[in-house]
Design a protein around this ligand. Structure first.
Ligand SMILES: Nc1ncnc2c1ncn2[C@@H]1O[C@H](COP(=O)(O)OP(=O)(O)OP(=O)(O)O)[C@@H](O)[C@H]1O
Length: 257
C-alpha cells in the first residue's frame, strides 16, 4: 500500500500539489483522475521519487520512502511505465525486455542482452522471464522486431513489459491508453486486469477516458487544484456534483457510456 500524507509540491510560486493525502490500496486497480493541471502527474512523480515534495511524506507498506531515490523505490517494488528510450528503439522487443531487468550482481545488463549463447544461470533467468513476458503480452509475433517499428499500442505493451521485468508489486501507469487504437486498448485493459486478478499486482493509473477507468478501476481518486477532491467507485464519483463542477465548471455533464 502507498500512502501520501499531506504532500505539497511548489514549482517556484505555483503550488501544484496542496496537502494531498490518500492511499493506494494493495491488490486494487486505482484510478487517479481530475481536470488538466489538477496535479496528477506531479503526484505520480512524487510517488516514484522524480519530484521532491516541499512537505509531507510518502509511505510504502508503512515504510517512509520520502527520501529514497527512484532506483531505491524500484528496488522496493515500485515500477512506472516510461516511453521506450530513443536508444532502445533499435533493440528488438526481446532485447528491450531483457535490458529492463535488474542486472545480475556486478553486471551491466546490456552485456546480458548481447552476449548470446553464454548465459549464466542468472542471465538465463532474465532471458526466460523476457520470453515469458512476451508470451503474456501476446507479443510473440513481433519478438524480434525493432521497438521503433512497432505501432503505438504495441509500444505501450512493451512499456508495460519493461516495467514487469523488474517484478514489481505496484505499477504506476500514466495515460497508458492515450492515442492507441480500440483493439489494442482492449487488449491492454485485459492484460492489466489479468495481472491484477491472477498475479495480485497493484496498479495506479492516470487516465482521462472515464469509460476506460470504469472498465478497469476498483477505486477512483479525484484530484482538483492540487488536492484530493473526493474518492469512491467510478459510478459514485461520476455523479458527484463537486466532480462535475471541477471538470465542467458547473456545465451540464453528459456521462458517456
Ligand atoms: N516542472 C514543472 N515546473 C513548473 N510547473 C509545473 C511543472 N510540472 C507541473 N507544473 C504545473 O503544476 C500544475 C499541475 O500539473 P500536473 O502536470 O501535475 O497536472 P495534471 O493533473 O497531470 O494535468 P494533465 O491532466 O494536463 O496532465 C500545473 O499547473 C502545471 O503547469
Amino acid at each position: 500500500m502507498i500512502e501520501l500524507e499531506k504532500i505539497c509540491v511548489d514549482f517556484g510560486g505555483l503550488r501544484a500539489v496542496d496537502h494531498a493525502s490518500f492511499k493506494i490500496d494493495a491488490g486494487l486497480i486505482t484510478g487517479l483522475i481530475g481536470p488538466n493541471g489538477a496535479g496528477k502527474t506531479t503526484v505520480f512523480n512524487v510517488i516514484a521519487g522524480a519530484v521532491k515534495p516541499s512537505s509531507g511524506r510518502v509511505l510504502l507498506n508503512g515504510r517512509d520512502i520520502t527520501k529514497l531515490k527512484p532506483y531505491q523505490r524500484a528496488q522496493a517494488g515500485m515500477a512506472r511505465t516510461f516511453q521506450i528510450p530513443h536508444e532502445f528503439t533499435r533493440l528488438s522487443v526481446l532485447e528491450n525486455l531483457m535490458a529492463s531487468a535488474s542486472a545480475p550482481e556486478g553486471e551491466n545488463v546490456l552485456n546480458v542482452v548481447f552476449r548470446r549463447g553464454r548465459y549464466s544461470a542468472e542471465e538465463r533467468e532474465i532471458y526466460d522471464t523476457a520470453r515469458e513476458t512476451v508470451r503474456l503480452l501476446e507479443l510473440d509475433h513481433v519478438i524480434d522486431e525493432k521497438a521503433g517499428n512497432l505501432s503505438g499500442g504495441q509500444k505501450k505493451l512493451v512499456e508495460l513489459g519493461r516495467a514487469l521485468m523488474r517484478k514489481p508489486e505496484i505499477i504506476l501507469l500514466d495515460e497508458i491508453g492515450a492515442g492507441i487504437n480500440r483493439t489494442l486498448l482492449a487488449k491492454l485493459a485485459d492484460k492489466i486486469l489479468m495481472l491484477n486478478k491472477e498475479r495480485g499486482l497493484t496498479f495506479c493509473l492516470i487516465e482521462h477516458d472515464l469509460d476506460y477507468v470504469s472498465k478497469l478501476c476498483d477505486h477512483v481518486l479525484v484530484m482538483a487544484q492540487g488536492s484530493l477532491l473526493t474518492q469512491g467507485s467510478v459510478e459514485t464519483v461520476r455523479r458527484d456534483e463537486r466532480v462535475i463542477e471541477a471538470y465542467f465548471g458547473g456545465g451540464k455533464y453528459e456521462a458517456h457510456s
